[in-house]
Design a protein around this ligand. Structure first.
Ligand code: NAD
Ligand code: MG
Length: 372
């Protein structure tokens, strides 16, 4: 694979990567003001109409630009605006999408265009996988988290009252077009939440990238466009490489859950929406690094590097006190566990993963040390 570094660092031209999945391969374009590039957008809307799915927050910011750019190419455009929020990633919203598609007589050549963060991307992708047994799907991610993580890899779906992301499908988009200028309007907490997944990619799979993030974290928090474009490109490249090797999470893809076993416990223990997912993952990575050190897989200096970087990204590093027994209970229900034992993604060393079960007393020591 071509490294994105040079293009992304030297100029503001879009960087293009490819997710290699045989006949389901697709490009990722990353750069400023791509939402205005009608020709680029239209290239991935072959044949029929474009139905843009977005929400009430993103629509006033970007919908007219995308719809206008496509209409200027002669494309018929349907606009579908959903309520904003993780609590609306459900059947009701999905049905609103189907209703609008049918009402506008959208056929199986209609391309569904997801304009928004991970909630819109996941829901729209699932709608695309099921409407008329599958229609083309284009991702226009507008949060950092969706640009570095959720728009790549083909996991789509909605929540069920009894569990997050429980209804869904693997369905790859035709393309991902990440307009880095959209990050300018993102609330700071959402930006930091996206940086958690950026740090994760370095920590678990690329120590050099981790060091680059350490050196550039100030620029990333300040949304400096060239640093941001490089981080998005390198993160997409790392995730795309994992997905290429393990599209349906047979094994390797699980390493992307670094920090998530602890993070999911924080999210469900505090009640969803209290901490953002990325905040919980940031703290969870500090805890996973601590656990790695207790097992002798990394030294204390590595734990401190992870903690310092998570903190510099504007993320919490001290875990909430849920009670040790409750903590263990919450981690045990994580859906990735098989046969009862909790599997942890740990560092061995920084930049490479080790998947292992852990002695209960070691886990308790980490919880004692990290919880306040
Ligand atoms: P989100 O989609 O809820 O977006 C966060 C907030 O930012 C929302 O209020 C949104 O309306 C707003 N927003 C979006 N773009 C904006 C912009 N440019 N300017 C200002 N505001 C903007 O949250 P998210 O963090 O992007 O995604 C989280 C979702 O992604 C979760 O549902 C999670 O399950 C899913 N996810 C999926 C995968 C996957 O592989 N499919 C991976 C990670 C996360
Ligand atoms: Mg995550």
């Amino acid at each position: 694979a071509r490294r994105p570094g040079k293009d992304a660092m030297n100029q503001q031209a879009p960087t293009t990567l490819n997710v290699e999945l045989g006949e389901r391969s697709y490009p990722i374009a990353i750069g400023p003001n791509l939402l205005d590039d009608g020709a680029l957008l239209d290239r991935h809307v072959d044949g029929g109409k474009a139905a843009i799915v977005t929400n009430t927050t993103v629509a006033p910011l970007y919908l007219a630009r995308v719809a206008g750019a496509l209409r200027a190419q002669g494309r018929e455009v349907v606009e579908i605006v959903l309520p904003d929020g993780e609590e609306h990633k459900n059947w009701e919203s999905l049905n609103l999408v189907y209703d609008a598609l049918l009402k506008h007589r959208c056929d199986r050549k209609t391309t569904l265009v997801a304009l928004g963060g991970g909630v819109i991307g996941d829901l729209t992708g699932f709608a695309a996988s099921s409407y008329m047994r599958g229609v083309p799907f284009l991702q226009l991610p507008t949060t950092l988290l969706s640009q570095v993580d959720s728009s790549v890899g083909g996991k789509t779906g909605i929540n069920h009252p009894l569990g997050k992301n429980m209804i869904g499908a693997f369905y790859q988009p035709r393309a991902v077009i990440a307009d880095t200028s959209t990050l300018d309007t993102l609330p700071p907490r959402e930006l930091s939440a996206g940086l958690a997944e950026v740090i994760k990619h370095g920590a678990i799979l690329d120590a050099d990238y981790f060091a680059w993030i350490e050196q550039n974290i100030g620029k990333l928090v300040a949304r400096e466009p060239q640093a941001m474009a490089y981080a998005i490109a390198r993160s997409c490249e790392i995730k795309a490489d994992v997905v290429r090797k393990d599209e349906r999470e047979g094994g390797l893809r699980a390493v992307l859950n670094f920090g998530h076993t602890f993070g999911h416990a924080i999210e469900s223990g505090l009640g969803y929406g209290n901490w953002l997912h990325g905040e919980a993952v940031g703290c969870g990575m500090v805890m996973a690094a601590d656990l790695s050190a207790r097992l002798g897989l990394v030294g204390a200096a590595t734990v401190e590097r992870v903690r310092a970087l998570v903190q510099a990204a504007g993320l919490p590093t001290v875990a909430p006190d849920l009670g040790i027994e409750r903590w263990i209970e919450l981690m045990a229900v994580d859906k990735k566990n098989e046969g009862g034992a909790i599997k942890f993604i740990l560092l061995k060393p920084l930049g490479s993963p080790s998947i292992t079960t852990v002695p209960p007393e070691t886990l308790r020591a980490t919880l004692d040390a990290c919880v306040k």
